[in-house]
Design a protein around this ligand. Structure first.
Ligand SMILES: CC(C)(COP(=O)(O)OP(=O)(O)OC[C@H]1O[C@@H](n2cnc3c(N)ncnc32)[C@H](O)[C@@H]1O)[C@@H](O)C(=O)NCCC(=O)NCCS
Ligand SMILES: Nc1ncnc2c1ncn2[C@@H]1O[C@H](COP(=O)(O)OP(=O)(O)OP(=O)(O)O)[C@@H](O)[C@H]1O
Length: 277
């Protein structure tokens, strides 16, 4: 029993490490269009790279607690869903205390939280398990008029919740295949990750972009990301030129693809986990 406990604790530690690493890799990746990266703040006035790092680190105990809850409950069900909801809300408070009230990682807490718990429960069926959890209704979740909720009312876009309930198609059908493809083409790891982000952006209904820049912003993001990939991706000169253009266009529209960034972190988390299995 004792040995089993030790083993379980170390699994939760490792999953929390991987989730935080994925967030730090996402933040550091450059040049991302209109997002916080090593170059600067993108379209954000209240975010910067060190804040993203501090925020990511502040979430480590939360991810660990989510993995432990999954191990303890041992199955998908309302008790686990509601435990994750409580842990996620506490994690959000820790994030806000660290950042002085700035929302650095709300979307990431949702996506990576579900995936961390799912990795602890069913490491070979992570996105399916995450979807099953996301479909359960947490009775204790407050229903604030969030940016996502406002965008849903205005445009009908369902955003982060639906993406999870569908099993993260932007990650499994766009991001991960592109990551693997660009690696096979020897694009280099940073370019492969940029290409994965762009692939996610081609179809995502990113509620951050919709809230800030409406359908014009969303179309600019989707078409511009596709244009970079069509030009040969981030590793090519033509692709780099298109990426630079997309950055300028999104900055002019104040349209930051924060949802796509969160899903890139989810993509890097699953990729890392696949490598560790
Ligand atoms: C489900 C969530 C994301 C609801 O968000 P809502 O749609 O109301 O929008 P909100 O503006 O608060 O945040 C959305 C965030 O999701 C990200 N996002 C935006 N669009 C998308 C998209 N299409 N797909 C994925 N993520 C997206 C962005 O980073 C954005 O910041 C979340 O805030 C929530 O309700 N959490 C409940 C707490 C909980 O249960 N936590 C436990 C998780 S295991
Ligand atoms: N590298 C990154 N740069 C910018 N945003 C990111 C990055 N990585 C993830 N995000 C996500 O983008 C979201 C921030 O977007 P946004 O600033 O539109 O949120 P908000 O606080 O809801 O809005 P606002 O700042 O307009 O009040 C965060 O929730 C975070 O999940």
């Amino acid at each position: 029993m004792r040995a089993l406990k030790l083993h379980e604790l170390s699994l939760a530690d490792r999953l929390a490490d991987m989730a935080v690493d994925a967030l730090i890799d996402e933040a550091d990746l450059s040049p991302k269009p209109a997002l916080v990266d090593r170059r600067g703040n993108g379209a954000h006035r209240d975010l910067h790279l060190r804040l993203m790092h501090a925020s990511a680190l502040s979430l480590w105990p939360m991810f660990k607690e989510m993995a432990e809850a999954a191990i303890e409950f041992g199955e998908v069900g309302l008790p686990l869903r509601e435990a994750l909801g409580r842990i996620g809300r506490d994690g959000e408070q820790a994030m806000l205390a660290t950042t002085g009230g700035v929302n650095t990682h709300r979307g990431a807490i949702w996506a990576l939280g579900l995936l961390t718990a799912s990795a602890a429960l069913a490491p070979r069926a992570i996105t399916l398990t995450a979807a099953r959890l996301a479909l359960l209704n947490d009775r204790y979740a407050p229903q604030p008029l969030s940016h996502g909720a406002q965008v849903e009312q205005r445009y009908g876009a369902r955003g982060a919740r639906e993406e999870a309930q569908l099993g993260f198609p932007a990650v499994t059908q766009r991001g991960l295949p592109q990551l693997h493809k660009s690696r096979r083409q020897n694009a280099g790891e940073q370019n492969a990750r940029l290409d994965a982000l762009l692939a996610i952006m081609t179809e995502l209904a990113d509620t951050c972009v919709l809230y800030r820049a409406g359908t014009e912003g969303l179309q600019t993001m989707q078409h511009g990301a596709q244009a970079v990939l069509d030009a040969g991706g981030s590793a090519t000169l033509a692709g780099r030129r298109r990426l630079h253009e997309l950055d300028n266009q999104l900055l002019a529209l104040n349209a930051s693809p924060g949802g796509a960034a969160d899903l890139l972190a989810a993509c890097l988390f699953i990729d890392r986990l696949d490598g560790a299995l």
